[in-house]
Design a protein around this ligand. Structure first.
Ligand SMILES: NC(=O)c1ccc[n+]([C@@H]2O[C@H](COP(=O)([O-])OP(=O)(O)OC[C@H]3O[C@@H](n4cnc5c(N)ncnc54)[C@H](O)[C@@H]3O)[C@@H](O)[C@H]2O)c1
Length: 408
């Protein structure tokens, strides 16, 4: 027994999962494959089916699940961003530890409110920054921290979303309208802000400014003759459109994991009936499709973060400049180029989604629930607050055109 958390060591942690979309399914699949460290006691999901093979209680809404008498040590929050705050507070008040998908909340005030609730409850709130747990990013951080390229002077970080993924999430999907969630920068790039904070660690970001807009997926760019849904679009217009839903979801298969049923038949039906079959120029979206963030850190370190929808590849490319060399990392290879000495290529082993981070965060969550202390719980949440602060201030800068001071 961990005397501080009250968790029985060695036994699986009992979970309630809120939301059985992509992330909820990922975490449930982990628990089913690792019965020694976690067990799903119930899932809340209003729309999708939870297969009988999961073998647990089900509810239609997250409140019902948390108000039920199902015993649970922890709650996994895999709900849309706008439901993170209320569900996290309720889970903590129920006495549960929480694995909370990112971002923590939709506003800085929501993030602070969750931090206060965490401190009151003295439970763990681990946020879904899965890349921190991926071998690639762990290795990269070790190399930078080792001083192999001296002191960092600047970092250029590109988050290339790819036109297919970006059309899916930020034009047709969950994050297409800023007022309904967090917008693209906070939703997508809190991963990147988190990595940047993790790499720069002890330094404080002093100033942030940002530029960005919705450049292309808007009605004035709609090709003549295009229909509101891809299924009705004339063949000659369709042929010239890379964003055609049939090309993105039917001809290619790499984005099908977003849907519970990935069969050809289900994908065709989805294109005909769901929001993901709409013309990208007629989605009523207002999320940006590209954005740049400039940051100045204590000591003079400068960082550029670039988020781009219109890329072929979906990856992150980071170029670190230091006083003794450079490192270029592209999620496959880390090229370490000291000014004195040989260039070294490092290729960490990776497997699974997010380079293995999805599996490793769940293993770490179960371990922390069983072994960590309340002081560590608080430290873990504090650790990811700063990156959210910078992301929200970057959004203020984009909207106001002002450079923002980042309070310590
Ligand atoms: N860590 C990561 O890398 C990563 C990747 C993708 C998404 N996310 C985050 O995970 C969260 C979920 O994203 P997703 O891609 O799985 O979205 P999703 O739409 O696939 O899943 C969300 C699910 O919540 C369900 N839901 C909605 N209202 C509900 C309610 N009242 N009660 C219970 N369930 C409800 C929806 O029906 C849906 O199935 C988001 O906050 C997102 O930002 C994190």
């Amino acid at each position: 027994m961990n005397p501080e958390s009250g968790q029985v060591s060695g036994g699986p942690i009992r979970l309630i999962i809120l939301g059985y979309g992509i992330r909820g399914r990922t975490y449930a699949a982990y628990a089913m494959a690792h019965p020694g460290d976690s067990k799903v006691g119930g899932i809340a999901e209003p729309f999708g089916e939870v297969p009988d093979t999961v073998g647990c209680r089900t509810w239609k809404g997250w409140r019902e699940a948390l108000e039920s008498d199902v015993e649970a040590d922890a709650v996994v929050i895999a709900l849309p961003d706008r439901l993170h705050h209320d569900s996290c507070i309720k889970a903590l008040e129920r006495g549960c530890h929480v694995l909370l998908e990112k971002p923590i909340g939709c506003t800085w005030e929501e993030c602070e409110s969750i931090r206060e609730a965490q401190k009151r409850a003295q439970k763990l709130v681990l946020t879904g920054y899965v890349l921190r747990y991926a071998p690639f990013y762990k290795t990269l951080r070790t190399i930078i921290a080792s001083g192999a390229i001296g002191e960092l002077t600047s970092v250029h970080h590109l988050a290339a979303i790819s036109y297919g993924k970006s059309a899916h999430a930020y034009c047709r999907g969950n994050w297409s309208v800023e007022a309904k969630g967090t917008g693209m920068l906070v939703n997508k790039c809190t991963h990147d802000f988190d990595l940047i904070e993790w790499w720069t660690r002890s330094r404080h970001c002093k100033k942030v400014s940002s530029f960005g807009s919705l450049f292309h997926w808007k009605p004035e760019n709609r090709p003549a003759g295009a229909a509101d849904r891809c299924m009705n679009c004339p063949a000659e217009v369709k042929a010239g459109c890379p964003f055609d839903a049939y090309k993105i979801y039917y001809d290619r298969t790499d984005l099908r994991y977003h849907f519970a049923d990935e069969s050809d038949e289900a994908i065709l039906k989805m294109i005909e009936t769901s929001p993901y079959g709409r013309c990208v120029y007629a989605c009523g979206n207002d999320s940006v499709d590209h954005q740049t963030v400039l940051m100045e850190y204590e000591g003079g370190l400068t960082i550029i973060l670039e988020m781009e929808s219109y890329s072929q590849q979906r990856n992150r490319i980071t170029h670190f400049y230091g006083t003794r060399g450079e490192v270029i990392a592209d999620e496959r290879t880390i090229r370490v180029m000291p000014f004195l000495g040989e260039t070294k290529i490092v290729e960490p082993t990776q497997s699974g989604h997010h380079g293995g981070g999805d599996t490793m965060i769940m293993a770490e969550f179960a371990r922390l629930v069983q072994t960590a202390s309340p002081a560590r719980y608080s430290a873990l949440l504090d650790d990811v607050m700063e990156s959210h602060k910078i992301a929200f201030l970057a959004e203020v800068s984009r909207r106001t055109g002002k450079t923002m001071d980042v309070p310590a």
